[in-house]
Write a protein that binds this ligand. Structure first.
Ligand code: 13P
Length: 254
């Protein structure tokens, strides 16, 4: 963590929580969040709970994020939602290119790039996810894979547009597996990502970009991960479904 960058911890609820369940979870997070002012907290419920969560967190410092978005403004795209639809619900963040979208739904770097551009044009903070599989790591391809994802996913986005972008490094082998990257492993990739950003947008802006770590973050391992110089918070899956665990992780970023 670098004190010039405000840590950001986001809960990616994935396909979990009905509206009723979401409201119960948010009530507890809200109660505890008042004491965590130094951290930007973002909740990313499923689309169906965005409105209810938006109402519930209104007037608090907690931010709202979606888990996906289409790049077009409107039209015949069955099952998709647009940036304007998210903005209307006071949603200010959107996860883009999560590995589950890439692997299960065929999302490409080109699609990620279009979505990031639409998000930026719509005043949404994109949380852009990158990460390698276990097989790629074992074959020493981690840096090559990350390089391709970062260069192509963030292509043609200039330094003057880049500030709202949040990056998330999520090694696929660490997602939902209980197998966390060690702080050193994570820091090495975060540093590599910041180096790539430096090539793309220059050192000054690259130093301002927040890079979250995601993959089996738990209260027990969060502090050590967040303590690394290039790790600026986390993108939390399973542990974000429990208010006490999520808030313990948030507080580990303080
Ligand atoms: P877990 O925290 O459940 O490993 O999920 C991480 C993740 O995919 C967050 O986007």
């Amino acid at each position: 963590m670098n004190t010039n960058r405000k840590p950001i911890v986001a809960g990616n609820w994935k396909m979990n929580n009905t509206v009723a369940e979401a409201l119960a979870l948010v009530a507890e997070i809200k109660r505890q969040a008042a004491e965590s002012k130094g951290v930007e907290i973002v909740l990313c419920p499923p689309f169906t709970a965005l409105q209810a969560v938006s109402n519930a967190i209104s007037g608090t410092a907690i931010g709202l994020g979606a888990q996906n978005m289409h790049w077009e403004k409107a039209g015949a795209f069955t099952g998709e939602v647009s940036a304007a639809m998210l903005r209307e619900l006071y949603c200010h963040y959107v996860i883009i290119g999560h590995s589950e979208r890439r692997t299960l739904f065929g999302e490409t770097d080109a699609a990620v790039n279009r979505k990031v551009k639409t998000a930026l044009a719509s005043n949404l903070h994109p949380i852009v996810c990158v990460g390698e599989t276990l097989q790629q790591r074992q074959a020493n391809q981690t840096e090559a894979v990350i390089r391709t994802q970062v260069l192509n996913g963030l292509k043609d986005i200039g330094p003057d547009q880049f500030t709202p972008v949040i990056m998330a490094y999520e090694p696929i082998w660490a997602i939902g597996t209980g197998m966390t990257a060690t702080p050193d492993q994570a820091q090495a990739v975060h540093k590599f990502i910041r180096g790539l950003l430096q090539e793309m947008i220059g050192e000054r802006v690259a130093q301002t970009v927040r890079i979250q770590y995601g993959g089996s973050v738990k209260p027990a391992n969060a502090r050590e991960l967040f303590h690394q110089p290039d790790i600026d918070g986390g993108l939390i899956g399973g542990a974000a479904l429990d208010a006490d665990a999520f808030m313990a992780i948030v507080n580990a970023a303080l």
